[in-house]
Design a protein around this ligand. Structure first.
Ligand code: PRP
Length: 180
């Protein structure tokens, strides 16, 4: 396969992503049987995984997005707003699944978990397609993880470098000279 010149190698192939997303969807089906969860994606990166995941989950589900504007400060109280575009749906008493493409330091997920919890959902779980545990600065609870990956600059399948490469169908490693 011909890669863009900025991409050093493929870390997760499209086929592997399809398998992982299928496994995550199967777990959601099991855990939310008889319910209608709200899948909340954090823009922009989570768009691709959420679109694929939502179509694999054989459950009635609803979809919403938030746009994160800044990280919360761990020291401040719960319910802090860290989004620029908030929810469109009312998630009070709903089963909410926060969907992220990647968890790195954990700051984004920590802030979103606090902000979503403040809306008083019935339940709140977090799904991350990719997890970089070696970069964690804030401890966060992840209920569903697709793959743990090493500390490399990855792009594709929603993940960007300067807004580019999000539409690659695989997860690739960016050449260091591109971002150095
Ligand atoms: C990325 C990713 C997560 C976050 C993870 O989003 O989609 O939301 O970073 O990093 P963290 O664990 O260190 O907080 P980004 O802010 O790059 O925005 P994007 O989704 O628009 O690419």
């Amino acid at each position: 396969m011909e890669l863009p010149p900025e991409i050093a190698r493929v870390l997760v192939t499209a086929a592997e992503l399809e398998r992982v997303v299928g496994e995550l969807a199967a777990r959601l089906e099991q855990d939310y049987e008889g319910r209608e969860p709200v899948m909340v994606g954090a823009l922009t990166g989570a768009v691709v995984v959420l679109a694929d995941l939502a179509r694999r989950v054989r459950l009635p589900a609803q979809i919403d997005f938030v746009s994160v504007s800044s990280y919360g400060n761990q020291a401040t109280s719960s319910g802090q707003i860290c989004w620029r575009k908030g929810l469109s749906l009312d998630i009070r008493d709903r089963d909410v699944v926060l969907v992220e493409d990647i968890v790195d330091t954990g700051e984004t997920v920590a802030c979103l978990q606090r902000a979503l919890a403040a809306e008083q959902p019935r339940s709140l779980r977090t799904l991350a397609l990719l997890d970089k545990p070696s970069r964690r600065r804030v401890e966060v609870r992840l209920d569903y993880v697709g793959l743990e990956i090493p500390d490399e600059f990855v792009v594709g399948y929603g993940l960007d470098y300067a807004q580019r490469f999000r539409n690659l169908p695989y997860v690739g490693v960016l050449k260091p000279e591109v971002y150095a």
